[in-house]
Design a protein. Sequence first.
Length: 453
Amino acid sequence: MCIRDSPKTMENLLKDPEIAKQIVNSNFMKNAMSNLDNAPIDKDFNKGPREGELPGAEAALDLIQALANTKGESKLALKKSSGPAAVVKNVNLICDVPIDDLKKNPGLLNLLNKDLDTIGEMNKFPPLKFQLNKAGAPDALKRAHQVLREVNQLPISPSDPVDNIKSLLDPKTVEQNPAQAEKVLDLINALANDPRMNDKLNKGDCVKPLIDLWENMRKNNNPELQKITGKILKALGKLSKDPETAKKIADSSILKNAAKNLNNTPVDAKFNKGSRLGEIQKPLEALDIIQAIADSDTDKQPLIDNNIPQAIINNLNKIADNSPEDLKKNPGLKDLLQKGLDTLDKLKKDPKVWKELEKAEAPKAIQKALDKLIDTLPKDLFKDRNGQPIPKEEIPETFSQILDNDKVKENPENAKNLLDLIKAASTDPAIAEKMKKDNVPQALTNLSLIHIS
């Protein structure tokens, strides 16, 4: 269970270079890389009696992505690890599996796409890009792109795919063959992880057709067509590293629609359940594209012009208005709450946007969300090493005691919820600093070693 949760929980704490160094030099990192390096990649990977081989490799990739998303000094810690080479090796091993066998193994294809996303994150940082190139990433990416073309049987030229892709993004073509369009968008997302292909897609102006297609699909009532809007936004998010592309996205109606979805999604106790299953898609897509703009080099004023700060705070407050019992029974609400907090963490880096967030009372909303998450957990979990109850306001300073491994092993569900709480709390810089002093990173590392080995 915690095998996947701990790397994600560490993401905000890893922004501190000292913590990143501590994690990279730990046995946790060695075990994670070993899981990736020694993943038994063949046609039977994760199938039948071998089901369960995928999470270990995915957890390692989560950890690498978390490190790759940190500041420069923290990224340098990853540069000294075996991470970049392990990911490239993994891609090549998957590409060695015969195409017919790959078609029958979704676990391998999922892992390949996650490998490519991880390479894409690392490629954003020149020293990591250098390590990847040394490990043979450019050739591995070419192989992976060819494999994905063959697996998905796409009529796209390997040497110059841009014109083919643009023609396949025509709304009429997409309406006639939504399944093919989905595969094309998956390929764009894979290609965009390669800096050279990302540049080609941007310079070949794949951006306008993607925005036009999004506009068209959003207004279409066919569920099959509406389903691909998220993949369009994911592709645009990856291409938005180019400031011109980020500006085109910001100038379109995408941000206006994002604010509308955050404001209008009914986040009550029945959210995303039963007949309302799927409601989470639109607000999650909204937060994804907001995060992409937040991470880009373009001016953030369009976020303010489209009332994005207020929309995110409105959404957080409405989710936190639910009772602790309803939050416990509805994982969708908690996932959306966490994603909103993650998005605030990215937005607060821009002084203009943070000023707007303060006007919208972001600190108050964050505290409200944390208080509600604390109320979802059993009170007897919040006890110090002497068995005494810990007051709610002191909880962020005593997480290392609460993370006692014996208690965690007794109730895995409590452990997962506690990890969600720690990740949410670490979006507040002041609380993250308290957690560092409380040695929470070491406690998380120890916890992870139990579940990842």
